[in-house]
Design a protein around this ligand. Structure first.
Ligand SMILES: C[S@@+](CC[C@H](N)C(=O)[O-])C[C@H]1O[C@@H](n2cnc3c(N)ncnc32)[C@H](O)[C@@H]1O
Length: 298
């Protein structure tokens, strides 16, 4: 597989990772969060199938499509999905700009190539059967370019599966964007806020649950008063410790990502249509989309 990027001379190799971007650029928060929580969402560590089920849902219940395919995973983090992709795929190339790539839980697998690079600068001569990108695009500086870039990597008959954080009904007037992100980032740096959360997470979750109860289950009111993003998947019976760690991770992710540009489903669909991308599946509720190239784009 021939891989290069615009900065060809900067290529190096460290701890089994191919490095095209030494600099983390705007992803320093992710380097820290995946260092601190590299195993929190990893099924093989937790003995759950939360991440596998999530990947299956992202792929519109077609996870078996990964069988024997060449797969590109963009923004892999510490590899909660990589470990499932490599079990099925022929080959997986996993890319991340942050140092998370060094903590990828599947690091030593034979059918995995790890690349530290900004995917927007990455050029891979061979095209992929499947491109997967989850939880990444809203955190890039120019999300429309990032969405369209995914389609540069896919074969003519290949599929791109991606998600995009949904714009709240209030848009950027939602308390997360209006005040919690600016206020908390001003008061605390990442490390101090992590320590604060670790000390207080049990109480914060308890207060949030009380607020939810007395406001007839209003997530909006409880999110406005207590800015923690608690993992609300009741169908999984996970331990209190895991639930708390997951909540701390999601909260740090929500507050410290440098860019966080949510979009509505219709904004994304219109962008794809304008750029002649064929929409194969669209989960409007979750903003999960599967697209492929139209023949005239070949
Ligand atoms: C919220 S995390 C999601 C990680 C993983 N996909 C998951 O769902 O758990 C977003 C990841 O995208 C990576 N990322 C953001 N911009 C990127 C870029 N331009 N190129 C490559 N990776 C990028 C970040 O470093 C981070 O690890």
């Amino acid at each position: 597989m021939v891989i290069s990027n615009f900065f060809k001379n900067k290529f190096s190799e460290k701890e089994g990772v191919n490095i095209y971007d030494n600099d983390d650029k705007y992803t320093e928060n992710f380097s820290k969060q995946w260092r601190d929580f590299s195993l929190t969402q990893v099924d093989s560590f937790n003995k759950t199938n939360i991440s596998e089920d999530y990947l299956n849902e992202l792929m519109f219940n077609n996870i078996e499509n990964l069988h024997n395919k060449n797969v590109l995973e963009i923004g892999c983090g510490s590899g909660r999905f990589t470990e499932h992709i490599i079990k099925k795929a022929k080959m997986c190339v996993a890319v991340d700009l942050s140092k998370s790539i060094f903590y990828n839980v599947s690091k030593n697998s034979k059918n995995l190539i790890l690349i530290k690079s900004d995917f927007l600068n990455l050029e891979i001569k061979e095209k992929f059967d499947i491109v997967i990108c989850r939880g990444v695009l809203q955190h890039t500086p120019f999300p429309n370019n990032s969405i369209l870039k995914l389609f540069d990597f896919v074969k003519n008959d290949g599929m791109v599966y991606f998600d995009y954080y949904k714009k709240p009904k209030l848009g950027i007037l939602h308390p997360k964007y209006l005040f919690w992100r600016p206020i908390l980032r001003n008061i605390f740096n990442y490390n101090d806020f992590k320590i604060f959360l670790e000390k207080n997470i049990t109480k914060l979750i308890m207060f949030k649950n009380i607020i939810r109860k007395i406001t007839f289950n209003s997530n909006f009111i409880s999110d406005t008063i207590i800015p923690i993003w608690d993992f609300r998947e009741n169908k999984y019976n996970i331990s209190k410790k895991l639930f708390e760690n997951w909540t701390i991770l999601d909260t740090l992710d929500g507050i410290y990502a440098k860019f966080d540009y949510p979009k509505s489903n219709i904004e994304i669909i219109n962008l794809l249509k304008k750029n002649k991308i064929k929409i194969i599946n669209n989960n409007q509720n979750k903003n999960f989309i599967c697209g492929k190239l139209f023949e005239e784009n070949f």
